[in-house]
Design a protein around this ligand. Structure first.
Ligand code: SAH
Length: 233
């Protein structure tokens, strides 16, 4: 079933009016018809079923019942900031592959440095990319991109399974550590993690895992971890 993210908080019997672009998409691209059912997801990740109502100009949706988010688990991707185009690609692919939250990370070797003003502007752009990717992949939860953190703040993202993809880890492989669907994983920047950063993360309860013999680019590493998690479901 097609689903759309809507502003604000929904409740039963609400009517959502789609703007002209969305109405065109629903009517002329998706070729949906009056009375068709669509799922609506509000800003608090509330999920509702609704029926489409077509009038002369735009399309509306009337909320008919509450529904359940069809996504379980909570996958937090803490990724060191990397160069713009790869970073934005990584956001899009992480959303398609089921990340619940993306947390940008500043480490010793991250090349990108953003001041507060730039961060606000970037967050808006990053979350727009995330929303579009979630919409396109028909997710019922919006993956959000949070404010960048330093390694010192990493503990607040610890979950049942907390991993750091460490390129110098020789033994422990990813699959054996995935014993829950509440997972936080950390990926380093183009220059990798320093040894003391990896040791710091281990101290904070993030277990080092290898992603195999080959050295993956950071954006590939994120996609690889999410694909393995999804593949093991
Ligand atoms: N410059 C480093 C590689 C950094 S790759 C080097 O050449 O060794 C960027 C990030 O992707 C790494 O910090 C790590 O988090 C992850 N990564 C890439 N390949 C990996 C592997 N084989 N095992 C574990 N993590 C890996």
């Amino acid at each position: 079933m097609r689903q759309f993210f809507v502003e604000g908080k929904l409740q039963l019997n609400d009517t959502v009016s789609f703007d002209s672009d969305q109405s065109h998409h629903i009517r002329d691209v998706l070729r949906m018809k009056n009375g068709d059912k669509v799922r609506l997801v509000d800003r608090e990740n509330g999920v509702y079923l609704s029926g489409l109502v077509f009038d002369s100009s735009n399309v509306r949706a009337v909320v008919t019942e509450e529904s359940q988010a069809v996504e379980d688990g909570n996958i937090i991707c803490v990724a060191a900031l990397i160069k713009k185009d790869k970073w934005e690609l990584m956001i899009q692919k992480a959303c398609e592959l089921g990340a619940s939250v993306i947390v940008p990370l500043v480490t010793k070797r991250t090349i990108i440095r953003l001041d507060d003003k730039e961060i606000n502007k970037k967050l808006e752009r990053w979350n727009k990319i995330a929303l579009e990717a979630c919409q396109q992949s028909n997710r019922t939860r919006i993956c959000r991109v949070e404010r960048p953190i330093s390694l010192q703040e990493i503990e607040k993202y610890r979950q049942e399974v907390s991993l750091v993809a460490y390129e110098n880890e020789q033994n422990r492989n990813l699959r054996e550590t995935l014993t829950s669907d509440e997972i936080t994983f950390v990926v380093g920047p183009e220059g990798g993690f320093s040894e003391d950063e990896a040791a710091f993360l281990n101290e904070k309860g993030f277990v080092s895992v290898s992603l195999g013999r080959r050295i993956l680019r950071a954006e590939t590493a994120v996609m690889f971890v999410l694909s393995v998690i999804e593949g093991l479901k």
